[in-house]
Design a protein around this ligand. Sequence first.
Ligand SMILES: Cc1cc2nc3c(=O)[nH]c(=O)nc-3n(C[C@H](O)[C@H](O)[C@H](O)COP(=O)(O)OP(=O)(O)OC[C@H]3O[C@@H](n4cnc5c(N)ncnc54)[C@H](O)[C@@H]3O)c2cc1C
Ligand SMILES: *[C@@H]1O[C@H](CO)[C@@H](O)[C@H](O)[C@H]1NC(C)=O
Ligand SMILES: *[C@@H]1O[C@H](CO)[C@@H](O)[C@H](O)[C@H]1NC(C)=O
Ligand SMILES: *[C@@H]1O[C@H](CO)[C@@H](O)[C@H](O)[C@H]1NC(C)=O
Ligand SMILES: *[C@@H]1O[C@H](CO)[C@@H](O)[C@H](O)[C@H]1NC(C)=O
Ligand SMILES: *[C@@H]1O[C@H](CO)[C@@H](O)[C@H](O)[C@H]1NC(C)=O
Ligand SMILES: *[C@@H]1O[C@H](CO)[C@@H](O)[C@H](O)[C@H]1NC(C)=O
Length: 515
Amino acid sequence: MGALKSFLYGLTLLQVIVSAVPVNREIGIPRYFQRQPYTRHNLTAATVQSELGLFVSNGTLIFGPSSSLWENATERWNTFVRPQVQVVVQPARESDVSKIVKYCNDNSIEFLARNRGHGATTSLSAFDGLEIEFSQLHTITIKEDGKSAVFQAGTYGGQVIQTLWDQGYVTTTGGTPCVGLMGVALGGGHGRYEGLYGLISDNFIHLNVVLADGAEVGVNATSYSDLFWAMEGAGHNFGIVTSAEKEIYPREIDTWHFHNYVWSQDKLETVFEEMNKFHKSYNGTTPPLMGVNFGSIVIDPSYSQAEAIIAWGFHYAGPAEDAEELLKPFNAIEAMSSTQGDMSYPEVAGVTGDDCVSGGYAISTVMTQTYNITTERTLYNHFNEKIKQYPELAPTALLWHEGYANAATQAIDSDFSAYPHRDENHLMLFTTTVPEGSDLQEPAEAWAKEVWDLWNGGQPERKPQTYVNYALNHPYETLEAIYGYEPWRLERLRGLKAKYDPQNRFRYYVPILPQ
Ligand SMILES: Cc1cc2nc3c(=O)[nH]c(=O)nc-3n(C[C@H](O)[C@H](O)[C@H](O)COP(=O)(O)OP(=O)(O)OC[C@H]3O[C@@H](n4cnc5c(N)ncnc54)[C@H](O)[C@@H]3O)c2cc1C
Ligand SMILES: *[C@@H]1O[C@H](CO)[C@@H](O)[C@H](O)[C@H]1NC(C)=O
Ligand SMILES: *[C@@H]1O[C@H](CO)[C@@H](O)[C@H](O)[C@H]1NC(C)=O
Ligand SMILES: *[C@@H]1O[C@H](CO)[C@@H](O)[C@H](O)[C@H]1NC(C)=O
Ligand SMILES: *[C@@H]1O[C@H](CO)[C@@H](O)[C@H](O)[C@H]1NC(C)=O
Ligand SMILES: *[C@@H]1O[C@H](CO)[C@@H](O)[C@H](O)[C@H]1NC(C)=O
Ligand SMILES: *[C@@H]1O[C@H](CO)[C@@H](O)[C@H](O)[C@H]1NC(C)=O
């Protein structure tokens, strides 16, 4: 029945295309196999509706800025990222995506996939065209054997965590509920289950992909395996995933223990020394059940307007007693405040909270293996000086330190996938929001660069390392820092670009080839 329907539908579609699309008489190639020499800057939803609307499934939405759906479909976490979206298409079925891409190619329209809009890289601002928005493809289907599930392109962190939890499972996702699953996963994907199960992309079993030319292909370890390798870490540059099958795990851990500390600056050296010991305690990583610890150097006005505090939170997959055993060294550091408790996994992951405030962000980011204590002190003093100079940035400026438990990530060979940073233990970010209408963007960006220099100066024997999903497209972020220094990595990625995306259609998210 289904097969018959799609056969008939396919036939009708073919007839429609043949009758609706004019043929280039001169060389006898139908127009839809050619690129037009111009870019359609005057694209309107009405035009796309009248042209593409014929081919896509019922329920697919095509709209422009006048639609009430526009704002949610185009909003960006980082408002300094400004892709020129002219028309949004929300496919109702996965099979529509290929038709949308072919239509765009046929008409020289640029296209961009959007999951949850948290991509922060300013390379997205070069985009001008049609956005493919996935909020209608939001289904999660758990396979009968309970070992994997299929996640459609529109699923996102909080939804994945809550849906699986309710049915007795967990899986790897980003640590933050608001972010997409696919946007994160295609760059590797760090999160609380990394210590036990690796990166999000390490858990991929099969990807349904639409290639740059609109072809629908199945990508996995035995089909397009070269592309599979690339899509696990550099995926945004290679195709559109309409759905992904990935591993899931029985929900064995009922509660997570959290413990938050606030330390004054005089404890900085002790805190970072203990942190380094802590991360070495488990063969150089961190105990796999200590899913994550997040630390910030930040102004909390309830302590001081001028002197930053050190705030650190630990999330442990298991009972308080086991967690507190590991946390002894931190309990021994006198804190100004300390709170702890036990929660379900969705609660500790914050699925009900709204932790993703959008704004104009100045950001810089590094990865390191350890914390350089001298550097952290320098950064701390630098932070307070900057706050004095730019008090308007005090409410949002943040030196953020992440320590995901990464034993399972590190247990995988580095050449297993395009993700090149398995040796790194820490992700760090400087972020601040530039108040709207202020002239502080330039000083905020300068601050970000100074932080980047200081953090990298703290590992003089090593080259800068940048996580693709945190990369900003700063001139000081090199492709090698992002995609790996071993020359074979970028060579291999460029070779795969030539094979699968020769026209460089996927060039808006941390592009491997220049825009
Ligand atoms: C508040 C916040 C928290 C974060 N937390 C984490 C974290 O815990 N762990 C972590 O690893 N990273 C984290 N990140 C970084 C995150 O991985 C990136 O910002 C990522 O791009 C967000 O994905 P998105 O779907 O929300 O964004 P989008 O902007 O929608 O997507 C980013 C890019 O992914 C591509 N893309 C999206 N969907 C598809 C698809 N189906 N097929 C092909 N390409 C696609 C597109 O090129 C798109 O431009 C965080 C970022 C923010 C802002
Ligand atoms: C869009 O612009 C092209 C080229 O300038 C023009 O030929 C076409 O008629 C315009 N289409 C619409 C719908 O305005
Ligand atoms: C398309 O969907 C609408 C609303 O869901 C429905 O009323 C209509 O009958 C559908 N049309 C076709 C051709 O399936
Ligand atoms: C936009 O998103 C918000 C938050 O998810 C939701 O409450 C609201 O209904 C959405 N608006 C529309 C028009 O869909
Ligand atoms: C790999 O992809 C091919 C082609 O789509 C498919 O036939 C095969 O079942 C897939 N294998 C897995 C393990 O999903
Ligand atoms: C550390 O690594 C060794 C060798 O790989 C392994 O045998 C041992 O179990 C590991 N220890 C821990 C705590 O994981
Ligand atoms: C720590 O950083 C300082 C510069 O801030 C540098 O001189 C020193 O060599 C670094 N220490 C290590 C162990 O890398």
